[in-house]
Design a protein around this ligand. Structure first.
Ligand SMILES: Cc1cc2nc3c(=O)[nH]c(=O)nc-3n(C[C@H](O)[C@H](O)[C@H](O)COP(=O)(O)OP(=O)(O)OC[C@H]3O[C@@H](n4cnc5c(N)ncnc54)[C@H](O)[C@@H]3O)c2cc1C
Length: 380
């Protein structure tokens, strides 16, 4: 039988980690709760620091390998929300801190962000600037060695359980997004900002999502990531990593559900014939398999390009758009094969479907990816 997952050297380790995380997942999905022990356990495998060099406390993998570890994790792990939480922390928080942070900031936070001691969130979205990040209202006004931050960030992954937050704020409205936005690393134990409690969600049940509220929050200049005005570039770089490698989670999830569904169709009997005996079912599975194979090829290509070129934005956006749309189509076709069984609460196919919808929204919606692609192609 065709093996969907290419076995790599990390397979056994990641499988055991996923089995650990899977314990109690049904209850967590129902309660929409988070388990910090799972976070600490993942830190032992440096999932939160996969693409960070070993000298900085990470696992030292490249983008392709990091995507493949995330794929392996999502293949064995039923908790799509938790896989997303790990990947968002790694790609949108650890990576920008590693690439742009000062030695002082890195030595204080990066190792702890890689080994599971800290949870990070990345906050750019606001009520009036979701897709249009250029319309940001959060401000950071310089006063001597400090900045005073005011603003309100929403839909922030990990926020309710986070220890640190990467915040983007406007420091120079005249310059706008490139040159006028600055990235800060805020620390719950040092800075007086508010995190709301978790919000109920349609999918990604066990990742916590909330808001970050900043009212005259005083932040020392040593907590600027990179340079003042460099936030636009930092955000774009972190999105290149997220748009590329996060698809490893989507790919692994599709492969897991494909295997489970193949087993289900062969065991499900209606009268004296198996469901898998219908040609229409066989064809549907062939189509789902094609979505997996094309997603895999696109992901591995985009991740290899990122390993060659840190500014590989065109392949990142193209890959993100293709794979998240494949994922959504895959999930909505797959759930139909279960009939009413998947309509009960928290069936794996139903969870997959809800998670797949989110994938076409976060890290920039499919429409925004098309805008980016058109710009790179000189069409706009
Ligand atoms: C599960 C999940 C996790 C998230 N995690 C984070 C996080 O950790 N940090 C963070 O900062 N944000 C996060 N977000 C927010 C996410 O980045 C935004 O939801 C996303 O950028 C879209 O913004 P919006 O929801 O305000 O939609 P809107 O911008 O209001 O868009 C609504 C619709 O209009 C379309 N649209 C908007 N503008 C255009 C345009 N110019 N051209 C064509 N179509 C357009 C969009 O594609 C979409 O279909 C998360 C979102 C989700 C769902």
């Amino acid at each position: 039988m065709n093996k969907l997952l290419q076995k790599k050297e990390w397979d056994q380790e990641i499988k055991e980690l996923a089995e650990f995380i899977n314990r109690g997942f049904g209850k967590r999905a129902e309660e929409q709760s988070f388990n910090r022990d799972n976070w600490s356990k993942s830190g032992k495998s440096k999932i939160q620091g996969l693409s960070i060099p070993q000298r900085e406390g990470g696992r030292g993998l490249n983008a392709l390998e990091s995507s493949q570890v995330l794929e392996t994790l999502a293949y064995y792990c039923e908790d799509g929300g938790f896989c997303f939480a790990l990947a968002a922390h790694l790609l949108a928080c650890s990576m920008p801190l590693y690439l742009y942070g000062s030695d002082e900031l890195k030595s204080k936070y990066l190792t702890k962000m890689c080994d599971g001691s800290l949870i990070a969130a990345n906050a750019i979205t606001e009520a009036q600037s979701g897709s249009d990040v250029f319309e940001m209202n959060t401000t950071a006004v310089k006063e001597g060695d400090y900045y005073i931050l005011n603003g309100h960030k929403i839909y922030i992954t990990n926020a309710p359980v986070s220890d640190v937050v990467v915040i983007y704020a406007m420091t120079n409205p005249i310059k706008g997004f490139f040159g006028g936005i600055t990235a800060f690393l805020l620390d719950q134990s040092l800075h007086n900002y508010e995190l709301t409690s978790r919000e109920n969600k349609f999918g990604l049940k066990a990742v916590m999502m909330g808001q970050v509220i900043l009212n005259d929050v005083k932040v020392h200049k040593s907590h600027v990531i990179g340079q003042e005005g460099g936030g636009g570039r930092i955000f774009n770089t972190s999105m290149i990593w997220e748009k590329t490698c996060l698809s490893g989670v989507h790919l692994g999830s599709m492969k897991r559900l494909f295997s489970q569904t193949r087993d289900f169709l062969k065991s499900r009997k209606l009268g004296n014939h198996r469901l898998s005996s219908h040609q229409v079912i066989q064809h549907k599975m062939s189509e789902l398999y094609a979505l997996i194979v094309s997603s895999e090829a696109v992901l591995y290509n985009a991740a290899s390009r990122l390993d060659e070129n840190p500014n590989a934005d065109l392949s990142a956006s193209t890959s993100k758009m293709i794979i998240s749309e494949n994922y959504k189509r895959f999930a909505s076709d797959l759930i139909h094969l279960y009939g009413a069984k998947a309509f009960v609460d928290n069936h794996p196919a139903a969870l997959l479907m809800a998670d797949s919808v989110a994938s076409t929204i976060y890290s920039g919606t499919s429409e925004i990816q098309k805008n980016i692609i058109s710009k790179h192609l000189g069409i706009i």
